[in-house]
Write a protein that binds this ligand. Structure first.
Ligand code: GCB
Length: 590
């Protein structure tokens, strides 16, 4: 890569500001720009950014202006375009979005534009001025709008592109629908010039009393900041250094958050000009040998994975109502843990899961086929990781950050992921780090975990489809798992496809039937019961989900059928097997 290209990329990534992502709608008063936006579908990618962003109109008869929002079609924001208009169902390309709004900036305030997620690339123009670009379809980002916002009428134009590319994350091939669009909310945040631009407050790893974190102010000067948890009688003043940052340390006595008692406290962080208020829980999460300890007690993660998709609507899930549906299913299944697959999901999902007492695994979409030999990949992946941690670091429900899913060991892959593990630990020393593996060694009926990345992880995670993609080497109960590392293991995926209502034999003649899936769940549970270092299970997946990679004519038709629930939310037979297993686990804690 030439120096010039490197710096162009670095600049593009720097145009967005991850640290300001923290200030979500719940923390300060924001003005949302959700609702109907005008759109131009740019089928051949021939739209001219300048003309569209400035809304250039022809003045003379020979002025050549083709793309116009005047009388254009509309799409809802938040919303994927695929489920809103039939002709966009499979669309992969560019759509230009426009929203006009009236605005009166507060005196002495700084104005920021915040996007919950735009899939996958975006360029943002306010009143014809380009504010920045962003790459990555599932993380929040913020842009300083000060140089473009006006008192009165404003025009916001966003170019959105969701083409799959080799050097993207995820790359060209993935097993879910490539929903495009402004898929989460858009907000304007107003902040005093000297505001709290970021803060982190959690319990120190392994401690039930010591706080760890920091407060950062936007003005880089020495100043006083205060952290208060009124219900716990805690209030402490800190002095920042000349960069406006101070490390938080304090001893506190708090009721701990747990799935049984998901206690959240109102926390206030303020300086002379600004106050942020959040609901935050406190718990410790650590690993000791092969145990995962939550608040110092061994815990077994009874999990389920889901995509950010409402199967009954064949579209992305939005907002709290959809999150509640998905998470209520997870609770009904008997879960205390969810894997947010395969990317950071909405802030509403994360906040609600925590309130409902669900621990979370959150991951970035480093999913198979990633170009690890490409020197830009580490930078892109790390940027996504940083944005994920920036938004969710105060959510105690999140216990694991995951770096990747099913990446084949190789020198490049090992070094990129190792670096990411170390960067994630620096950004957040309080949580556990994992990565889902699918490469193992076999020896007779033995499955060995020897992936060299394991050294850098706290929790090992195996995606293993015994009975579906992998043949049983012996009776399920005789399969032996071994690990070269003294660390806890989560089976982060297993399962089989079954078309709801398709009945037949439970042996291989009955592939795609509920009975085959049900037997496969029984067999896998039989195997799990023999793994001494198993500390969590996470079936793939809560509900059938849409994937153009799945085209079996009778059984799939664009759906991955590994759901325990059908595309209409009906329970398949395997649901009840998993539900019984979780009830048994809950009845006899570790
Ligand atoms: C996997 C992937 C997941 C797929 C699943 C499947 O290993 O992690 O994204 O959807 O298998 O159904 O094959």
């Amino acid at each position: 890569m030439t120096k010039k290209i490197f710096f162009t990329i670095a600049l593009a990534l720097l145009l967005v500001n991850s640290s300001e992502v923290l200030a979500q709608a719940t923390l300060r008063k924001s003005f949302n720009l959700n609702g109907k936006w005008n759109v131009i579908v740019d089928w051949y990618g021939s739209g001219n950014a300048h003309d569209i962003a400035t809304q250039k109109r022809p003045v003379t008869k020979t002025d050549f202006v083709e793309f116009s929002f005047d009388n254009s079609q509309t799409l809802y924001v938040p919303g994927d375009w695929n489920s809103q208009r039939p002709e966009l169902k499979y669309y992969e390309g560019t759509v230009w979005y426009k929203r006009e709004f009236d605005f009166k900036p507060q005196t002495n305030a700084q104005t920021f534009l915040r996007f919950g997620a735009v899939s996958y690339r975006s360029e943002i123009f306010l009143n014809g001025i380009k504010l920045g670009e962003h790459e990555g379809g599932f993380t929040s980002f913020t842009l300083n709008a000060a140089r473009a916002i006006k008192t009165g009428h404003n025009v916001l134009v966003v170019k959105v592109n969701n083409e799959r590319k080799e050097d993207a994350i995820p790359a060209r091939k993935f097993d879910w629908w490539n929903y495009g669009g402004i898929t989460r909310g858009v907000w304007i945040d107003e902040k005093p010039a000297n505001h709290i631009s970021d803060f982190f407050i959690q319990l120190k790893k392994g401690s039930l009393k010591e706080l760890q974190g920091f407060v950062q102010t936007s003005e880089h000067k020495k100043q006083q900041v205060i952290v208060a948890i009124p219900e716990a009688g805690f209030k402490k003043s800190y002095t920042t250094d000349t960069s406006g940052k101070v490390a938080l340390t304090a001893s506190v006595s708090l009721k701990l958050w747990s799935p049984e008692n998901p206690k959240l406290y109102t926390v206030k962080v303020y300086n002379a000009a600004d106050t942020l208020t959040d609901e935050i829980g406190f718990r410790s999460i650590e690993v000791q040998g092969t145990d995962i300890l939550l608040n110092k007690k061994p815990v077994f993660l009874r999990g389920i994975s889901f995509h950010e998709e409402m199967p009954q609507r064949s579209g992305r899930a939005y907002g709290e109502a959809d999150a509640r549906t998905l998470l209520t299913w997870a609770k009904e299944l008997g879960c205390n843990f969810v894997r947010l697959a395969h990317y950071p999901q909405s802030e509403e999902t994360v906040r609600l899961a925590e309130k409902m007492g669900l621990m979370m695994w959150e991951e970035i979409p480093v999913w198979q086929g990633i170009q690890f030999t490409n020197p830009q990949i580490l930078q892109k992946a790390n940027h996504m990781l940083a944005e994920m941690i920036a938004r969710d670091k105060n959510r105690c429900g999140i216990v694991i950050w995951s770096l990747s899913n099913e990446t084949a060991p190789s020198p490049h892959r090992n070094s990129v992921l190792k670096q990411m593990a170390s960067d994630a630990r620096k950004a957040d020393p309080t949580r556990l780090i994992s990565s889902a593996f699918d490469h193992f060694k076999y020896n007779g009926n033995q499955i060995l975990i020897d992936d060299p990345l394991s050294e850098s992880l706290d929790v090992l995670a195996a995606n293993k489809y015994m009975g579906w993609y992998a043949k049983w080497p012996s009776e399920p109960g005789n399969v032996e798992w071994k690990s070269n590392f003294n660390k806890p293991l989560i089976i982060s995926e297993f399962g089989a496809e079954a078309l709801y209502g398709n009945h037949g034999s439970k042996d291989t003649a009955g592939l795609w039937t509920e009975e085959y899936q049900e037997q496969l769940y029984k067999d896998n549970i039989n195997m799990f019961n023999k793994i001494s270092f198993l500390r969590g299970v996470c079936p793939w997946i809560l509900a059938d989900f849409k994937s153009p990679a799945r085209m079996h004519a009778q059984c799939q038709e664009g759906w991955n059928r590994k759901g325990l629930l059908s595309d209409k939310g009906f329970k398949k037979r395997a649901w009840y097997i998993m539900n019984d297993y979780y009830k048994q686990l809950e009845a006899k804690p570790l």
